[in-house]
Design a binder for this molecule. Structure first.
Ligand code: XMP
Length: 323
């Protein structure tokens, strides 16, 4: 019978059997899945695990600092933070196609993990043979990994992985849905702030800029996203909303009027959704006054944005993320 306690017990045994006395690294993204995967593996193999947080420059405001603080405080795990923002931005330069972006991001993650592997080898001895990922069942299905399923989009840690990967993967959550992962996280003693965090995709803001990803566009989107998150939290909507991607239509401009002049700026899309497992979703009927506040603040405070639009599409036919 399914209980979080049984899953923990079963997975701890499976991880010990798989990893043996070798070492593993775990990519942390700041999200629920990688945090729970790391905590499970930490429970199974303790100091044989090193967590690696890759700052790819596609994070939201203050996210990196939060991972450094919250996760380490909660688990006591060894953490390395790698600043790889330049590397990711260079690799993404000139690329607008969503699948191409996803594959580049998936590949660069692995290249950074390989570098971390070398450093750990030099500093601490035996080679790292395993890479822990917080892959969930829906990630596998949507990347076309399930039987008879189409490739909807390549999740960075499944279909986005490069072919020449040398790590053996440890994926203790591969059969679970998000709500089950949250229960397992609580069972492992992770705090609410981590376990109840809204989903955020590994490729980060890179797949929320429709068009080429540049530093300027990321800065702009980060500001808009921070405002939306602040207002949703202030309105007490964090639990009701599954997640709310904030998307920059970087290649679209529209005419506006601000102050005493004409503007020709970009639209920002709000995509609040309600869901059980992200496989299907509906757009959240959220209060108009909260939408109005977010819109006013974004257009007032974020340069080059003169319009805020609401995505009222369920999944299907839309996916949650725009890319
Ligand atoms: P879609 O856009 O497919 O998203 O409806 C379903 C859920 O998955 C998240 N998502 C990802 N998470 N790596 C991740 O870690 C990815 O490449 C990825 N793509 C989408 C998305 O935020 C939503 O929660």
């Amino acid at each position: 019978n399914w209980t979080p306690g049984n899953i923990v017990e079963e997975q701890v045994a499976a991880i010990r059997a798989q990893v043996g006395s070798k070492r593993a690294i775990c990519g942390l993204s700041g999200g629920v899945d990688s945090a729970v995967a790391a905590a499970l593996v930490q429970k199974a193999i303790g100091s044989q695990l090193t967590c690696v947080y890759v700052d790819h420059g596609l994070m939201r405001k203050d996210e990196t600092e939060q991972v450094e603080k919250d996760f380490v405080a909660a688990t006591g795990a060894q953490l390395r933070v790698v600043d790889a923002s330049e590397r990711f931005l260079n690799a993404l330069a000139g690329v607008s196609d969503p699948e191409e972006k996803r594959k580049i991001i998936g590949r660069e993650f692995i290249r950074v993990f390989e570098q971390a592997q070398l450093e750990i080898l030099q500093e601490e001895g035996p080679e790292v043979a395993f890479l822990v990922q917080g892959t969930l069942y829906p990630d596998v299905v949507e990347s076309g990994g399930g039987e008879g399923t189409a490739n909807i989009k390549s999740h960075h840690n499944v279909g986005g992985l490069p072919d020449d990967i040398e790590f053996e993967l440890v994926e203790p959550l591969r059969q679970l849905f998000k709500d089950e992962v949250r229960l397992v996280g609580s069972e492992l003693g992770l705090p609410e702030e981590i376990v109840q965090r809204q989903p955020f995709p590994g490729p980060g803001l890179g797949i929320r800029i429709v068009g080429e990803v540049t530093k300027e566009r990321l800065d702009l989107l980060r500001e808009a996203d921070a405002i939306a998150r602040e207002e949703l939290t202030a309105a007490g909507l964090d639990r009701e909303i599954w997640q709310c991607p904030v998307v920059l239509l970087a290649d679209v401009r529209s005419v506006g009027v601000q102050g005493d002049g004409r503007t020709y700026g970009h639209p920002i899309v709000l995509r609040p959704v309600s869901s059980e497992d992200a496989m299907t979703a509906d757009w959240t009927r959220m209060p108009y006054d909260v939408l109005a506040k977010i819109s006013t603040r974004i257009t007032n405070e974020v340069a080059d944005v003169n319009r805020v639009v609401l995505d009222v599409t369920s999944k299907p036919p839309g996916t949650i993320e725009w890319e």
